[in-house]
Design a protein around this ligand. Structure first.
Ligand code: PEP
Length: 245
C-alpha cells in the first residue's frame, strides 16, 4: 500500500497560503508516499491546481447529495472541485457539531458514493483512557462509523486520541501500537480481507521531531497532521520521515 501524509488545515489559511502547497509539491515531485492537504472549503478549487503532486481533500461533507442545508457542502460538490478526499468524524466535528457515529457513517458512505476517499477519524478522550475504556471506545466507533461499503481503496482510518490533538501530548509508542493493532483486527472482523490494506493513520501532535518513531510502529501507515501541516517547512520533515519508514 502507498502510505499517506495528510494535512488538516482546519479553519486556517487564506489564498496566500496556497504557496505552501506548491512548495510541498515542488519538494516532493517524485514522492513514494501520497501527500494530501485538506484546506478550508474556500480554498478547495485553487488548492487543486496549486500542485500536481499534492492531493486535495475537504474537512467535512453533508450526508445528502443536495438540498436545503444552509452552509453545508455535499460530497458531489466537493468532488466537483477536483478534490479527491474528505475527512469525516474529526473529533472537533464530533464535539462542536454533535456528530454521532451514525452521522459519520452516513457521511463516509456519501463520500464514497461520490467517488471520494473518506478519512474516518476515531479516538478516545483522556477520560476514556483513564477509565481503561480506550479499546471499547475504538470498537464502538469503528462499528458505528465505518460503512459496510468501505474498502482499502475508498476509506482511510485515522486514529486520533482526542487528548493528543493540538496539545503537544502523544501516546507512548506502545499505546499507539496497541491501538493500531486492535483497529486492524477489528476492521478485519468487520470488513474482511480488504482491511489488511486499509491505511491506518496516526494523528495527534505529530511533528518532524517525533514522526520517525511513530512511523516505525506496526500498522501505522501514515499520519493526519494538524498544526505541523500549515507550512511546507514543518510538513516536509514529516513526509520525509514517512518516505524513510
Ligand atoms: C488534527 O487536527 O487532526 C490533528 C492531529 O492536529 P495536531 O496535529 O495539531 O495535533
Amino acid at each position: 500500500m502507498r502510505k499517506l501524509a495528510a494535512g488538516n488545515w482546519k479553519m486556517n489559511g487564506t489564498q496566500s497560503d496556497l504557496a505552501q502547497i506548491t512548495q510541498i509539491g515542488a519538494a516532493f515531485d517524485a514522492a513514494s508516499v501520497d501527500i494530501l492537504i485538506c484546506p478550508p472549503a474556500q480554498l478547495l478549487i485553487p488548492a487543486v491546481t496549486a500542485s500536481p503532486h499534492v492531493a486535495i481533500g475537504a474537512q467535512d461533507c453533508h450526508a445528502n447529495a443536495s438540498g436545503a442545508h444552509t452552509g453545508d457542502l455535499s460530497a458531489p460538490q466537493i468532488r466537483d472541485t477536483g478534490a479527491t478526499y474528505v475527512i469525516v468524524g474529526h473529533s472537533e466535528r464530533r464535539t462542536d457539531h454533535g456528530e454521532t457515529d451514525a452521522t459519520v457513517n452516513a457521511k463516509a458512505a456519501a463520500a464514497v458514493d461520490a467517488g471520494l476517499i473518506a478519512i474516518i477519524c476515531i479516538g478516545e478522550t483522556l477520560q476514556d483512557r483513564d477509565n481503561g475504556a480506550t479499546l471499547n471506545v475504538l470498537a464502538q466507533q469503528l462499528t458505528g462509523s465505518v460503512p459496510a461499503l468501505a474498502t482499502a481503496q475508498n476509506t482511510v482510518i485515522a486514529y486520533e486520541p482526542v487528548w493528543a490533538i493540538g496539545t503537544g501530548l502523544i501516546p507512548t509508542l506502545d499505546q499507539i501500537a496497541q491501538a493500531h493493532a486492535f483497529i486492524r483486527e477489528h476492521l478485519t472482523a468487520q470488513l474482511g480481507a480488504t482491511a489488511a490494506d486499509m491505511r491506518l493513520l496516526y494523528g495527534g501532535s505529530v511533528k518532524g521531531s517525533n514522526a520517525a518513531d511513530i512511523f516505525a510502529v506496526p500498522h501505522v501507515d501514515g499520519a493526519l497532521v494538524g498544526g505541523a501541516s500549515l507550512t511546507a517547512q514543518d510538513f516536509a520533515p514529516i513526509i520525509t520521515a514517512l518516505q524513510n519508514a
